[in-house]
Design a protein around this ligand. Structure first.
Ligand code: IMP
Length: 197
């Protein structure tokens, strides 16, 4: 079965291809979809559905939308759906940090969690698979751990070097791809979706 993934994120596309090996996974661009779907939802599910529906409608193919993020207990579950835009949306004007969005988000997270004793957190991923005939399947995966006070490891992306995984007993930044996929929120959600399929 051909399946379009509604993401431009090459890390995610790679993880999805590795787990859904039985499917012909193509990117939105490969299916001729170059639009940007705005993530205006307040939940991971809202955003996953927004993306999958838009791409399925435009390409007339089954489309997989995902939304994911980091939820930190001591921050009331934030940054959640704002994980990718955390520092851009919430950092005060006088706060500065070097680097790309991911590096700045990690720096801002450490800044927000200064002196915080409860550092427990989880990643969440929600997937929505929408078919051109209107059928929809959804699946969710979570992975638990804690936020360190400094980065460890250079692998992965986003918050990976700060996230110490309960399952792996090291950060996602220190894990190789296979290890991360075996316990990650996205890995778990994808395996659940595969079972549903
Ligand atoms: P999305 O592309 O809207 O799903 O944004 C997800 C954001 O959450 C990313 O930009 C990262 O900041 C964070 N995130 C989601 N999954 C992961 C992961 O596996 N590792 C590290 N950060 C992640």
């Amino acid at each position: 079965m051909k399946l379009v993934v509604a993401t431009g994120n090459r890390h995610k596309l790679k993880e999805i291809r590795e787990i859904l090996k039985d499917f012909e996974v193509i990117s939105a661009a490969e299916a001729g979809f170059f639009g940007e779907v705005e993530e205006t939802g307040e939940t991971f599910l809202d955003n996953a559905l927004l993306k999958a529906r838009a791409v399925s409608r435009a390409t007339h193919l089954p489309a997989l939308g995902d939304d994911s993020g980091l939820c930190v207990d001591g921050l009331g579950g934030a940054p959640a759906v704002y994980s990718a835009r955390f520092s851009r949306m919430f950092a005060p004007a006088d706060w500065t940090a070097e680097g790309d969005d991911d590096a700045r988000n990690r720096a801002f997270l450490l800044y927000k969690m200064q002196g915080m004793a409860d550092r427990s957190a989880h990643f969440c991923c929600t997937l929505a698979l929408c078919f051109p005939d209107g059928r929809e399947l959804t699946a969710e995966g979570r992975t638990f751990g804690r936020i360190l006070t400094e980065e460890r490891g250079e692998g992965g992306f986003g918050y990976d070097p700060l996230f110490f995984s309960d399952d792996l007993q090291k950060t996602f930044g220190e894990a190789d791809e296979e290890e991360k996929n075996s316990v990650s929120h996205r890995g778990r959600a994808l395996r659940r979706l595969k079972e549903l399929l």
